[in-house]
Design a protein around this ligand. Sequence first.
Ligand SMILES: Cc1cc2nc3c(=O)[nH]c(=O)nc-3n(C[C@H](O)[C@H](O)[C@H](O)COP(=O)(O)O)c2cc1C
Length: 396
Amino acid sequence: MTKLPTADQDLSPEAAAERVAPLFERADLAGIELCNRIAMAPMTRRLAPDDRVPSQAVVDYSARRAAGGVGLIITEGTHVDDKHAPDSENVPGIFNDEQAAGWKRVIEAVHSAENNFGSPSRIAVQLWHTGRHAMNPIGPSAIPVQKRDGGYKDTPREMTEADMDEVVAIFENAARLSIEAGFDSMEIHGAHGYLLDSFLSPASNQRTDDYGGSFENRMRFPLRVVRAVRKVLDEAVGREYPLMIRFSQWRMEDYSAYAYPDPDHLERWVLALKDAGVDILHVSTRDATDPGFPHLFDTDTDDGRRTLAGWTRKLSGGMPTVAVGRVSVSASMDEGAAVQTTDPAPAAELISRGEADMIAVGRSLIANPRWCDTVREGRWNELVPYTREMLESLDD
Ligand SMILES: Cc1cc2nc3c(=O)[nH]c(=O)nc-3n(C[C@H](O)[C@H](O)[C@H](O)COP(=O)(O)O)c2cc1C
């Protein structure tokens, strides 16, 4: 839903700064020392060269966000192989040494950029397999993705056990290369209807083997991938290396989906992730302040008001949690080409209320590399509004 700016545009910068102060406290997120509580949300730019090696433009683009004081940069979704993972030719990869070397240059630029927050930005890679949405699609079942125009994408091939073993191996390879490149953390893309998430939903998973049917069975394959990546990390750098996963209720093909229909399903999922060795939960919502289960609880109650990040943090026993969605922009993703700038104070309240440890900012950080400086100084109404044309280059 489109929402308007939420605060008095005439609030003094000092008063506005005070409202957002919780966003700029230092943080220890599962052992990653962060200069503040702002993450850059992973955002595909589709501007990579044919070899999927991140270009100098990505180095400079990331360094500008680091100089602007983003606590944790999460890279754009990065493909874990060239066979089934990609949904386009222009997304970077992390499946060979050249790509790892390219990412090393990005990481070095981020770590060496000076900012106004006392310590450098940290950077995590997002590992992405698009599965049913791929150019050469595979999925739990041969059910095609319906497009917004009503048509269908190519029908995915139903994965065999051998396909699953292969996907596990390519995630392991990507994890090894990410460690070699020097990333501070790693985020498994388990959201938005892509490969791992597609196993969770009966709408895309109608298998009759151990990977379909009950919720426990549907969780089995994503958890296999998580455990395999965790094992690589444990062996290469130790149990203290922080592993993150992103998950969502919504899917690209259905914004109103509920992958976790109630708190009980969410609890089983987050506890299984914890057991599999995940340290940080990144809850992808289209509006970070929306109630998590509005169809179950009266919004006048605490349960009714609690956001999905808040539920996640509570049900996981307080695991480090990242919230995202519509921070300082007037409409949720894909609701409009142009958005107005809005007050980020509601996101700061999620931190004060203990519903999230960090807030990821998406489109507003494409439009404003110095988002953290501008917002900390209480000048949010000077933020440049995001437009889709900004996606055409990495120059800003
Ligand atoms: C251009 C664009 C590319 C995106 N690419 C990814 C991606 O690669 N991986 C992912 O998990 N989410 C992706 N997202 C979703 C964002 O990470 C974020 O969750 C969403 O934009 C909501 O945050 P915002 O309202 O602050 O923009 C993308 C969003 C946009 C606008």
